[in-house]
Design a protein around this ligand. Structure first.
Ligand SMILES: Cc1cc2nc3c(=O)[nH]c(=O)nc-3n(C[C@H](O)[C@H](O)[C@H](O)COP(=O)(O)OP(=O)(O)OC[C@H]3O[C@@H](n4cnc5c(N)ncnc54)[C@H](O)[C@@H]3O)c2cc1C
Length: 416
């Protein structure tokens, strides 16, 4: 006889991925319980750059990595810092990352990510309109800025591939850039404007609005950690302060997911790609109107409700290691040479971890040895954008419907 379940679906993790899955499951008439300890600031979904870009179809593992390999290896690039004290934990990720850093793997990944990101902004618009949060979204584009003609020339392959997928870009000269963003003090050699890019002006507030919608629609929110997931033939048990029997469990705990999966016998080659941000007040002059990525300065500047959010490069370090702010300090120095920034808004910078797979593709699909467990993590640099799309995919998988987007490339068993 089947044991009764307390909920059709239990979700572990309440970042943008978990909450979006919860909402999509409720839409399909399932009962849903979502476990998350509730500390919003520790989520990647809180502290990101807020970009929802149609052009984000490229993994970090690119053929261009080889050009800077030595600089990266000896920690001489502000865009990447490797914590060698923890290298023993991430070498499986690094090994596969380097194997993926070639043109054909990059092209293959772009092909899989293109349909995944195509409806990302539309999905956010739909959710935001349901919870009165549309004012947090804008379709104002973002710019990638190059300080030298050589660094712009190195982006040729990226531009070619974007063209193959009909993703609109405008190529800008120095004067065009200045005309679009008079707030920039520096003259750039060239730029790429991605006009089809959405922008979230406060990712933390957007997630809060989605959480409220989840509860209003009947979702059950449990503010606690899941200690373990145990599998039975007819469901799973969530071990937590409030335990629960669920028909299906979705593991969507971002950079914490691989640790939880490991206890069930799955070893994914994941890494925490940490990033930092801090907000700054803006001067009296012209204001930055859209997000910029200054490639030579290795920082992103995003206009947010809190001020200008300056974000640093990548730090490969354990998820909970003490903060090391040298990259952010560098980013702020470079940003100050380009933008008229006032004082910092917060006392301390924010640090958080992208759940990163070596091939830059998320892990979405049924757990190979646990028929009632589904994985949905590893969204790397595009999780804010693709959380709601992931929600649709996972909810379809749970009701045994074929998702609208091909997901075979995201299957967990590619790593196992
Ligand atoms: C600096 C930076 C800039 C970025 N910029 C962008 C961008 O511009 N655009 C974009 O699309 N993406 C961006 N990203 C990536 C994006 O933020 C992430 O991919 C996305 O937020 C991951 O969402 P998540 O829900 O998987 O994880 P998180 O948001 O990290 O949420 C995971 C949740 O799981 C919970 N959890 C952990 N363990 C347990 C447990 N045992 N039980 C219950 N709950 C648990 C955690 O408390 C947390 O709330 C950026 C990331 C960073 C760090």
């Amino acid at each position: 006889m089947m044991n009764p379940v307390d909920t059709n679906v239990a979700i572990v993790g309440g970042g943008i991925v978990g909450i979006s899955i919860g909402l999509a499951c409720l839409d399909r008439g399932l009962t849903v319980a979502l476990y998350d300890p509730g500390d919003a600031r520790r989520r990647a979904s809180y502290g990101n750059a807020g970009a929802i870009s149609r052009g984000s179809i490229f993994p970090v593992a690119s053929p261009l990595i080889k050009n800077g390999l030595w600089q990266y290896a000896i920690n001489r690039s502000p865009g990447l810092f490797i914590d060698y004290a923890s290298i023993h934990r991430i070498w499986p990720w690094m090994f596969r990352f380097l194997l993926s850093s070639n043109t054909s793997a990059w092209r293959r990944a772009a092909k899989m990510l293109d349909p995944f990101v195509a409806s990302a902004f539309a999905e956010h618009e739909r959710l935001a309109s349901l919870c009165g949060a549309s004012h947090l979204l804008a379709l104002d584009g973002w710019m990638k800025l190059f300080r030298t003609p050589e660094s712009f020339a190195a982006s040729q392959l990226e531009r070619d591939i974007l063209g193959e997928y009909d993703i609109a870009v405008d190529i800008l000269g120095g004067a065009d850039i200045r005309a679009l963003e008079p707030a920039l003090k520096r003259t750039f050699a060239a730029g790429i404007l991605f006009p089809q890019t959405g922008h979230v002006r406060d990712p933390g507030a957007l997630l809060e609005a989605y959480e409220t919608l989840f509860v209003e629609r009947g979702g059950r929110r449990l503010m606690m950690n899941v200690d373990a997931i145990t599998n039975q033939d007819d469901g799973c048990t969530i071990e937590a302060a409030t335990p629960m029997r669920a028909g299906k469990v979705v593991l969507a705990a971002g950079a914490w997911s691989d640790g939880i999966a490991r206890r069930l016998g799955y070893r994914f080659p994941m890494a925490a790609e940490r990033g930092y941000h801090r907000h700054f007040t803006v001067g009296e002059g012209p204001k930055l109107t859209r997000t910029i990525y200054d490639v030579g300065g290795a920082y992103v500047a995003a206009p947010m409700n809190q001020g200008i959010r300056i974000l640093s490069g990548i730090e490969l370090a354990p998820r909970d290691a003490p903060p090391r702010t040298a990259q952010l300090d560098h980013a702020v120095r470079e940003a100050r040479s380009t933008l008229d920034l006032g004082g910092p808004v917060e006392n301390e910078p924010w640090v958080g971890a992208r759940p990163s797979t070596p091939d830059g593709l998320p892990i979405i699909g049924w757990a190979p040895r646990h028929p009632n467990l589904l994985f949905a993590f590893g969204h790397g640099h595009i999780g804010l954008s693709t959380g709601p799309v992931t929600g649709q995919i996972v909810a379809d998988l749970l009701i045994r419907r074929t998702p609208a987007i091909p997901v075979s490339g995201f299957a967990p068993d590619r790593f196992l």
